[in-house]
Ligand binder design. Structure first.
Ligand code: ZN
Length: 288
């Protein structure tokens, strides 16, 4: 038996030329979508043998009406660990997870107090920095449990990323502490955690789901609301250009700003930090 293993190993060594990556993957970690990928990329940095694969393409944004592709099924079948946002964001994965009994799932929303709306949990925890911090901690704990040999590395990576997030969070709290106008209007149900964190008041959400343009009646009511509350700023998301935002802006004189919930972007590990930095600039400009 031992001889057999050794001969396989030496065969492997000889054959490394063409499939180096495959061979080095000791642990395949699949993330469901972009925000989970960025968090996990920070945590798994330089951990030997971890192959990190993001399932939904980074331009797909939130997964509310995501359709799994055959490629996604293949990706999932190769996963040792699957990192999900949880709180219902990946409900389309439930069956696939049940069928793939060997994968261990890290639910990044575990033990986080969720905001409920009409009986459903809002899954956009990562759009607030405190939420992202909690999710990073959950993923860290999951990775350490699954890969105990490298606990030290995961811990070091977590400390480094979490300290950057804390710095950003404090900077944002300080900058937004004294803004007078705390009423905002958004175009997708992505910001309740963000608003709770920074004590902003979401007066209206124009499109609860991307692409669901409001009716003429809803639009009229929103225009009324904006006028009545003297709202100066509307926040659209870079992922979902909204016609209705332009209409409301034209009718009321409010300006359209961009607020990024961090569901799309570049794959570099600091992408979330950069996106939130931009959000801060937009908010300072919009709410002054
Ligand atoms: Zn969303």
């Amino acid at each position: 038996m031992r001889i057999w293993v050794i001969s396989l190993l030496s065969a492997g060594i000889i054959l490394t030329g063409c499939s180096k990556n495959e061979e080095q993957a000791r642990l395949t970690v699949v993330t469901s979508f972009y925000p989970m990928y960025i968090m996990t990329a920070n945590l798994a940095k330089d951990v030997p043998g971890v192959k990190l694969v993001n399932m939904a393409p980074p331009f797909s944004g939130c997964l509310h009406d995501y359709q799994m592709t055959p490629q996604d099924m293949k990706t999932l079948s190769r996963a040792d660990i699957l990192v999900i946002n949880g709180a219902g964001m990946e409900s389309f994965l439930d069956n696939a997870i049940r069928q793939n009994t060997k994968v261990s799932v890290i639910d990044a929303s575990k033990n986080i107090e969720l905001i409920e709306e009409n009986g459903n949990a809002n899954p956009h925890i990562f759009a607030s920095i405190s939420g992202a911090i909690q999710q990073v901690r959950n993923i860290e704990a999951g990775l350490e449990k699954a890969d105990p040999e490298h606990v030290k590395l995961y811990r070091r990576n977590a400390e480094s990323y979490l300290s950057k997030l804390e710095v950003l969070k404090n900077k944002m709290h300080l900058a937004l502490k004294n803004v007078k106008n705390r009423n905002i209007i958004t175009f997708h149900e992505a910001f309740p955690y963000f608003a709770r964190e920074f004590d902003l008041n979401i007066l209206a959400v124009i499109e609860r789901e991307p692409g669901s343009e409001p009716s003429a009646g809803e639009l009229a009511r929103t225009i009324e609301l904006v006028r009545k509350n003297k709202i100066k700023a509307l926040f659209a998301e870079p992922q979902y250009p909204v016609k209705s935002a332009e209409t409301i802006a034209q009718e009321t004189g409010a300006k359209v700003y961009s607020l990024d919930p961090g569901v799309t972007g570049s794959m570099e590990p600091d992408a979330y930090i950069k996106a939130m930095g931009k959000n801060l600039e937009a908010l300072k400009e919009a709410l002054k």
